[in-house]
Write a protein that binds this ligand. Structure first.
Ligand code: SF4
Ligand code: SF4
Length: 237
């Protein structure tokens, strides 16, 4: 445990780090007894440093409702991530980038768009951080800031959502056609189509779904709320 827990508590309640820098002698004092405390102490300092002026890490923590600063870099999330082999930044590195206010690094990571949303990272986190939710939050922020590092993934999502809105459930061929048109990747995965068709995995026509209209209304309500948020932000409310 840290040498003086009250110091950490003060940081969490917003007291500025004495000396003005989180890297002052105070940090060395706190961490002197146990090098394992370094990460927690640094996190607490950083957390406090932005308390008067909400920082990127605080914004991510608020939006995701996760205690980002409690991540101590054990790497469990990355060790279990099935998409890790394709990531440019491992998920624990993304957590660290957020803690260190490395906004461009975090929002620019291709990994955000390759994440499968499987939540294995959340299940493996010893600090009960819902890491998948943090990844989701970062994707939303990246979209807001128009930093979409793998645009074809977003195009696929939009195509899927268009079909969901129109038919109330997924319609694979419709999704693929929309995706091909949006991305201009006209031959992507077409070699798999004969096999998928033969196994009945690709219906030529969309399924009829009784809840179709209800699903459509969810999209409409969402669009209305987004429009209202936009209006309010323009009016400075
Ligand atoms: S949710 Fe994303 S980051 Fe987490 S384990 Fe699954 S693929 Fe990896
Ligand atoms: S498993 Fe949790 S504590 Fe460990 S590195 Fe990932 S987010 Fe941080």
């Amino acid at each position: 445990m840290p040498t003086d827990l009250s110091l950490i508590d003060n940081f969490d309640t917003g007291t500025k780090v004495p000396g003005g820098s989180p890297f002052s002698g105070l940090w060395a004092k706190i961490c002197a007894d146990d090098p394992m405390n370094d990460t927690l102490c640094l996190n607490a300092c950083l957390h406090a440093n932005g308390s008067d002026n909400p920082s990127f890490s605080q914004k991510v923590a608020t939006l995701s409702q996760q205690a980002i600063h409690t991540c101590y870099q054990c790497g469990n999330c990355s060790a279990g991530c099935p998409a890790a082999f394709a990531y440019d930044l491992q998920v624990n590195q993304i957590m660290r980038a957020v803690q260190l206010e490395q906004k461009d690094l975090a929002l620019g990571a291709k990994s955000l768009w390759l994440c499968l949303g499987c939540a294995t990272c959340s299940l493996r986190c010893p600090n009960a951080i819902d890491v998948a939710r943090v990844m989701d939050t970062l994707r939303h922020l990246a979209r807001e800031e128009k930093k979409i590092s793998v645009p074809v993934v977003e195009k696929f999502w939009l195509s899927f959502l268009n079909c969901l809105r129109a038919f109330g459930r997924s319609y694979e061929i419709g999704t693929m056609v929309l995706y091909m048109l949006r991305s201009l990747r006209l031959t992507t995965d077409v070699d798999l189509a004969p096999q998928a068709l033969a196994k009945g995995k690709l219906g030529l026509l969309p399924h009829s779904h009784p809840g179709k209209d209800a699903v459509g209304r969810i999209f409409t309500r969402f669009a209305q709320k987004e429009a209202q948020k936009l209006r309010e932000s323009k009016e400075g409310l």
